[in-house]
Design a binder for this molecule. Structure first.
Ligand SMILES: *Cc1c(COP(=O)(O)O)cnc(C)c1O
Length: 392
């Protein structure tokens, strides 16, 4: 066991006894293959040729001039399927194949993780079943089509709130019944050990590339790195290479409308310690421990939990977490589109919006800032137009 899968007091394994053998098998396979040259050679091939790595570290010259800082964007938005998620789905999909598994299951809220898993399943010729709440299916019909056209089966979940947390329960149940031939592909640094450690490993390529690229371009490390936080995978991916360095690390959460003081969103900023999806972390819950629904304009940040390592980094003060409201994120979306010709995903637009606030503080003038652009905005165009009052 990797320190029992704990980050300080957070993380661990809180699942039904029946799942323990599957988690142990997964952990030992992960430990066996993560430094295996054949596995890494094949994974690197797919990361390059299928997903499009390495991604550029782009100097945003117009915004830099406007804001008086040096602003760089790590362009995960340029990857196949439109976001960083493919780094992890390729890693876990290939690991499942090396483990002799023949089937992938996943759960999805907005559909982004389902799409990335469906793409990898098609490429690796593994059948994919994606659990999705009926409420989400109704809201995300186009994404359901995108999964199905890649050969995945979308299984509707009609229990509870009919959204992500119910889909997760169903996926866990499926895994318990089909442990022998099935891998459960979790999409972020959440869930029981070894998932938070494993997903971080597969996303750490973002930070490794970024470090090399900024040293080539600037000859020194940046002052600050910012990334949006849903479950926490793109942020931990870019933070991971800089944790030992003297670099400010800032995670940006979805703060919801910002109109209500009882807003459900921003797990690290507003949550309390609790157990969700098999590990101990910060959770949005009421006084009786009932999980609250999260609300954010961006579906990818709409999650009532967060990866346990972030709870730890916050507690020890190594990373800082802030919340950005829906209207602020929309402004970030417009800002990057207008000044740089790059339309960010609404999730990533939260990090852009905070970057602007940060850059405007007098004490931060002239600093070098890297924003992880986790995904592209194509998926959000209709919503953005609607929010801006434009008819499409
Ligand atoms: C899913 C998603 C996120 C949130 O997930 P993390 O695990 O926190 O990275 C952020 N940005 C985009 C574009 C996404 O698709």
């Amino acid at each position: 066991m990797i320190k029992d899968g704990k980050f300080g007091k957070y993380g661990g394994i809180f699942v039904p006894e029946l799942l323990i053998p599957a988690l142990e098998e997964l952990e030992s396979a992960f430990l066996k293959y993560k430094d295996h040259s054949g596995f890494n050679k094949e994974l690197n091939y797919y990361l390059q040729e299928f997903a499009g790595r390495p991604t550029p570290l782009y100097f945003a010259s117009n915004l830099s001039k406007k804001l008086g800082c040096k602003i760089y964007l790590k362009r995960e938005d340029l990857l196949h399927t439109g976001a960083h998620k493919i780094n992890n789905t390729l890693g876990q999909g290939l690991l499942a194949k090396y483990m002799g598994k023949r089937r992938l299951i996943a759960e999805t809220g907005a559909g982004q993780h389902g799409i990335a898993t469906a793409a990898v399943g098609a490429m690796l010729k593994m059948p994919v079943d994606v659990y999705m709440g009926t409420e989400d299916i109704e809201r995300q019909k186009l994404n359901v089509f995108r999964m199905e056209i890649s050969g995945a089966r979308v299984i509707p979940v009609d229990t509870g709130s009919k959204t992500l947390k119910d889909a997760i329960n169903q996926a866990m149940r499926d895994w318990i019944s089909n442990i022998k031939d099935t891998h459960y592909l979790i999409g972020s640094t959440v869930g029981p050990h070894p998932y938070p450690t494993m997903v971080k490993h597969f996303q750490s390529i973002i930070g490794e590339e970024t470090k090399q690229q900024i040293l080539e371009k600037e000859g020194k490390l940046p002052d600050a790195i910012m990334a949006c936080v849903g479950g926490g995978s793109n942020s931990i991916g870019i933070f991971s290479a800089f944790i030992e360095d003297n670099v400010e690390l800032i995670g940006v959460e979805g703060g919801g409308t910002g109109l209500s003081t009882d807003e459900h969103g921003a797990t690290l900023c507003r949550g309390t310690n609790g157990i969700l999806h098999g590990s101990l972390s910060r959770v949005l819950q009421d006084k009786d421990g009932q999980i609250k629904e999260a609300h954010s304009v961006s579906a990818g940040l709409d999650y009532p939990g967060v990866g346990p390592e972030h709870s730890h980094l916050k507690e020890i003060g190594r990373a800082q977490y802030v919340a950005i409201t829906d209207p602020e994120a929309l402004r970030g979306f417009q800002l990057l589109s207008k000044y740089e010709g790059i339309m960010p995903a609404l999730e990533s637009a939260h990090a852009i919006a905070y970057m602007e606030k940060y850059a405007k503080k007098p004490e931060n003038k002239g600093k070098t800032i890297i924003v992880n652009l986790s995904g592209r905005g194509d998926k959000d165009m209709f919503l953005a137009a609607k929010l801006l009052g434009v008819e499409t």
